[in-house]
Design a protein around this ligand. Structure first.
Ligand SMILES: [Zn+2]
Length: 113
């Protein structure tokens, strides 16, 4: 259950960004290759927020698709699972460049604080 320590880091980032203000929502980007189980991440979030300025906050998770970069025409694309052809030139040796993300994208704080 490494999600607990990962979530702890994301939550720390969010609380630092809020600088002591209450946080109403965290938006996190999770890549399909990050190895993170979304449900475990949500569970960790609920376990960690009581007693922090993020208590009661919402966790928004944005799941990304794997990203490929074509070495021939330099297109960047998101193929469906099992199909890796470049949509521009049809090459099949695209390099995987994304999908491992686990990062805090933004936080929401209440208006007029
Ligand atoms: Zn290409």
């Amino acid at each position: 259950m490494h999600e607990l320590s990962l979530m702890n880091i994301l939550l720390d980032d969010a609380l630092n960004a809020a600088a002591g203000a209450p946080v109403c929502a965290l938006r996190v980007r999770v890549g399909p290759l990050s190895g993170v189980v979304i449900e475990a991440l949500r569970f960790a979030f609920e376990a960690l927020i009581p007693g922090t300025p993020a208590e009661g906050a919402r966790l928004d998770i944005e799941e990304t698709a794997p990203a490929f970069r074509c070495p021939h025409c330099h297109a960047t694309y998101h193929p469906p699972i099992g199909a890796y052809e470049c949509p521009s030139c049809g090459a099949t040796d695209g390099e995987l460049t994304g999908g491992y993300e686990l990062e805090l994208i933004s936080i929401e704080v209440p208006d007029h604080v």
